[in-house]
Design a protein around this ligand. Structure first.
Ligand code: ZN
Length: 168
């Protein structure tokens, strides 16, 4: 089921998410909903708090949307266990529609978490994959990418978004 994506300044986007404790049917259904929602948007990654579930769960798929066989992934309780380098690239977010800004991120990260079968997964990521992990894990901490911008730009952007929200 496609769920609605919360947008800035929804308070649940600013809440720190809790660990997933149980891998049950409800979690499997939530992962399915998140993937459907992400594909429909369309996006390359989605974190559970973006659909109002404040738990540490992300889904992603960086495969080519033109290619018939997509490669959906989920990662439960993801943690960045190593990182190196720095890179600045443009980034956007389904919860901040219409905004793209250059954000500084680690160039390479190692991310550990578990899959739906409870097996540990280790991802060695660089490029867009590394950026996606950092962006989605930020969501679990209640951080949006616009919070990573410099103070002046951040303030200007947020007041613009709040005006849009109020229909001004
Ligand atoms: Zn996002």
């Amino acid at each position: 089921m496609v769920r609605s994506i919360l947008t800035f300044p929804h308070p649940l986007l600013y809440k720190k998410s809790r660990d997933v404790k149980e891998l049950d049917g409800a979690l499997v259904r939530l992962v399915e909903d998140m993937l459907e929602t992400m594909y429909q948007a369309p996006g390359i990654g989605l974190a559970a708090p973006q659909i109002g579930e404040n738990i540490r769960l992300i889904v992603f798929d960086l495969s080519d949307p033109e290619f018939p066989q997509r490669k959906p992934h989920c990662l439960i309780n993801p943690v960045i266990t190593a990182y190196e380098g720095e890179t600045v690239e443009e980034e956007g977010c389904l919860s901040v529609p219409g905004v793209r800004e250059r954000v500084k991120r680690y160039a390479r990260v190692e991310v550990k978490g578990i899959d739906l079968d409870g097996r540990e997964r280790v991802w060695e990521a660089q490029g867009l994959l590394a950026r996606m992990f950092q962006h989605e894990i930020d969501h679990l901490e209640g951080i949006l990418f616009i919070d990573r911008l410099g103070p002046i730009k951040r303030r200007r952007l947020k007041s613009m978004l709040l005006k849009k929200e109020r229909g001004e």
